[in-house]
Design a protein. Structure first.
Length: 324
């Protein structure tokens, strides 16, 4: 583990009545993977981090001690492309290039679960529903699948509509909708219960859509693309909100909302992590710099006290932050 002091603060003036100060205290690095870190996520209580890597393993980390918890979780025969915690923090779900979805107990006493099979190509993205009963996955086979975690089987037929690999999926907080981003340059919304696509595909990006996320209240979606931009979408009306957010010098690999829904963090091929104020559409402060290489995945902690990023060189970068 290494530690570097970053720029102490950036003050952004937003008019006479509002001034925001975004403070970045320290930059720390967690090392343990032997290849690029493709996906990172916080546990619901913020005490643990899970990471998935191109070394085919999944690691759990203690956010207080900054150390790995136990040995890496092994079982995938390909890249552990996407990881997520269950809402109760008891399980981790992973999606892999080996075409499977796996569930892992976060306590040693928990049984090993059989891999979930159904996709015919690489699994690129996974997410839990808010009640922890369902997992959604997106694949290079151009489909989205829902899985009942209790019976370890697909739930219904695959959702079809994209004309390219489904690079990213997320579920709304109330569990009623799924959002997906695809190499076909579109974002789609789906009804979780019926599997029907909600309205037309959302178009605006001029490159492959790499990443999507719902706002905590489910009213907004953010997407990031190969075209170097982020788009905000009204998830109910199915229209873009404002102009695209421009600033990255390379494709946007990952986006995440802050817990209050007022900020978005993004990570890019350009090696930068940016923070965006959604009330103004303005990037806040200077880029958060980690180790060398692409930023593959970013996440906010549950109370927005930390931002993490998984990077091309196999590191996980952490910044202690405060917005006030």
């Amino acid at each position: 583990m290494s530690c570097h002091i970053r720029r102490p603060f950036e003050i952004i003036n937003l008019g006479d009545q509002l001034q925001l100060c975004f403070t970045t205290f320290y930059h720390r690095v967690l090392k343990g993977h032997t290849d690029k870190v493709l996906s990172v996520a916080f546990s619901p209580d913020g005490k643990r981090i899970v990471s998935g890597s191109a070394d085919n393993t999944i690691c759990l980390w203690d956010t207080q001690t900054r150390t790995r918890i136990g040995s890496p979780l092994k079982g995938h025969a390909g890249w552990a492309r996407s990881v997520a915690f269950s809402p109760d923090g008891e399980w981790v779900v992973s999606g892999s290039y080996d075409k499977t979805v796996r569930l892992w107990g976060t306590r040693r006493s928990m049984p090993t679960r059989s891999p979930l099979r159904g996709h015919s190509s690489k699994v690129l993205s996974v997410a839990f529903s808010s009640d922890g009963r369902t997992v959604v996955s997106g694949s290079s086979d151009r489909t989205i699948r829902l899985w009942d975690v209790h019976v370890e089987a697909p739930s219904g037929l695959p959702l079809e509509g994209h004309n390219g690999p489904v690079q990213s999926v997320a579920m709304s907080g109330d569990g009623t909708r799924i959002v997906s981003g695809s190499h076909d340059k579109t974002v789609c919304l789906w009804d979780t219960k019926t599997g029907a696509q909600l309205g037309d595909a959302l178009e605006g990006h001029t490159g492959m859509v790499y990443t999507v996320a719902f706002s905590p209240d489910g009213h907004m979606v953010v997407s990031g693309s190969e075209d170097k931009t982020l788009y905000l979408w009204d998830a109910r009306a199915g229209v873009a909100v404002g102009r695209p957010l421009i600033g990255h010098g390379g494709g946007v690999n990952s986006v995440a909302f802050s817990p209050d829904g007022m900020w978005v963090v993004s990570g890019s091929v350009d090696t930068n992590v940016f923070l965006w104020d959604l009330r103004t559409g303005v990037r806040v402060g200077t880029a958060l710099k980690g180790n060398a290489g692409w930023v593959r995945s970013v996440a906010f902690s549950p109370y927005a006290r930390e931002i993490i990023a998984g990077t091309e060189d196999g590191s996980i970068c952490l910044w202690n932050t405060r917005v006030h």
